[in-house]
Design a protein around this ligand. Structure first.
Ligand code: AMP
Length: 446
């Protein structure tokens, strides 16, 4: 089946083909016809599945097939489609896709998020914007200032809705919903099904088609996963050794904390390995700069925290390194999903010290797979070193660090069994307990 067979216009098929895609991915095959027909969808799919195009392509098709209504009484041209995303990076990426896939159409799009000056956004909102991609917080800033009008939105997309809910955006989303016309199309995307997602969907969607694609990250044969056991104090040395010995480029390294990410960048610099960090305390400019350099291959190592890296589309990323294991096992799946994307080979390596054995056990239980374990020559583990509590980490179960905790086995979205959302504080990167349901309006991550 081709994109043309799905009913997309020749202009859109041309843009997609120029991007090098000839076959729709499973989620695209399922979602595109439903969206083209004007139906609501509820889709369980992670980044890496082609989900962005699954809503962008039919959205572009529908908007270009129907004429825009004229400006309203205040002179605002109507915004016809609103795409909400949890993070700035994801918003920027989605708008890039909208622009790219819509390059042969006469539609205008705009992206807006916090952390950058609001003035230019106000200016741009006075021009014709058909498709607005935004994070919830900045959108509401504009609503409060009366600089955006959402009363003519025809299509609403909530991308990574579960993540937005985990980040405490529920009240912001409700507020936005109250500003939209009742008659509209709703497209809801989530990676992990939860009670919160279920409740949101129930109040939002009209007779939705449920679409599910496999949790590809867990089973993707294109990702080779490996654990290197190493002593706590020698991780940095091992990381530099691996990068140098293997001449790795475009290495995405995950750090559990922002502070740890900064420290690692400094230490890699001392080892003459060029690295930059991306996390919630970095300015938007610094984040964009680091990501651009990493994407174009001029930056060897990008050190990221989980939230900062979520949803990043860095195509065919060859290496992902877990410098620390995440507290939340689901984050392991999200992390390694940055590699081996869209059929490309990828390598995911975890550096695990004695403190992290319980985290590793949880990950293996979640992915239902034992990871191959090795020790790198010259980095033998010292058995005398005892496990210590990880600062801000989830504690090991009593009775030793190597015990399995009693987490329930993972269930895919297709089993329609709500799972607990991963624990993450609203502030983003440091995880010290279950996520707070407190709504946030003043966070840094808009
Ligand atoms: P996403 O899940 O939207 O983050 O997309 C993951 C990656 O797959 C992106 O690099 C897309 O550009 C790419 N992609 C999207 N659709 C296709 C397709 N039909 N064939 C191959 N790659 C695709």
């Amino acid at each position: 089946m081709s994109f043309f067979d799905l009913g997309l216009s020749p202009e859109i098929v041309r843009a997609v083909t120029e991007r090098g895609y000839d076959q729709p991915t499973p989620i695209q095959k399922q979602a595109i016809p439903v969206v083209l027909a004007g139906g609501d969808i509820m889709a369980g799919a992670q980044t890496g599945t082609g989900k962005t195009a699954s809503f962008t392509l039919p959205l572009l098709h529908r908007l270009s097939a129907h004429k825009s209504v004229p400006s309203n009484s205040q002179g605002f041209p109507p915004i016809r489609a609103l795409i909400l995303t949890p993070t700035r990076e994801l918003a920027a990426q989605v708008q890039e896709s909208v622009r790219d896939y819509g390059k042969y159409l006469n539609l205008n799009s705009m992206v807006m998020f916090g952390g950058v000056s609001i003035g230019p956004q106000k200016q741009k909102l006075r021009t014709r914007i058909d498709i607005l991609v935004s994070t919830p917080g900045r959108l509401l800033d504009h609503v409060q200032q009366g600089t955006v009008n959402l009363s003519r939105v025809e299509v609403l997309v909530l991308d990574e809705a579960d993540r937005m809910l985990d980040m405490g955006f529920i009240n912001d989303i409700r507020r936005v919903l109250s500003l939209l016309p009742k008659q509209r199309q709703n497209l809801l995307f989530f990676a992990t099904f939860s009670d919160k997602v279920k409740t949101l969907a129930a109040g939002l969607l009209n007779n939705p088609t449920m679409i599910e694609v496999a949790r590809r990250n867990v089973t993707a044969a294109t990702i080779s996963q490996k654990v290197y056991h190493v002593d706590r104090e020698r991780k940095r040395q091992l990381l530099s050794h691996l990068i140098r010995e293997n001449k790795w480029y475009q290495v995405l390294v995950f750090s559990r904390t922002k502070h740890g990410a900064d420290r690692l960048v400094k230490q890699l610099g001392e080892d003459r390995i060029q690295a930059l960090a991306i996390h919630g305390n970095k300015s938007q400019g610094a984040r964009t700069h680091a990501l651009a350099k990493f994407k174009d291959g001029t930056l060897q190592v990008l050190v990221a925290t989980d939230i900062a890296a979520r949803g990043l589309d860095i195509s065919e990323l060859p290496h992902v390194i877990n410098y620390d294991l995440p507290n939340v096992p689901e984050d392991y799946v999200h992390r390694i999903g940055r590699t081996g994307r869209a059929g490309a080979e990828g390598q995911a390596i975890s550096l695990v010290c004695v403190d992290e054995h319980h985290l590793l056990a949880d990950i293996e239980q979640l992915i239902e797979q034992r990871l191959p374990k090795e020790v790198v020559s010259g980095f033998a583990v010292n058995p005398e070193i005892k496990a210590e509590p990880i600062p801000n980490g989830r504690k090991a179960p009593s009775g030793g660090g190597n015990q399995r905790t009693r987490r329930s086995a993972p269930k895919s979205a297709s089993q329609k069994s709500p799972r607990q959302p991963s624990s993450r504080t609203a502030a983003g990167d440091k995880k010290s307990g279950p996520s707070s349901p407190t709504p946030r309006r003043s966070g840094k991550r808009r």
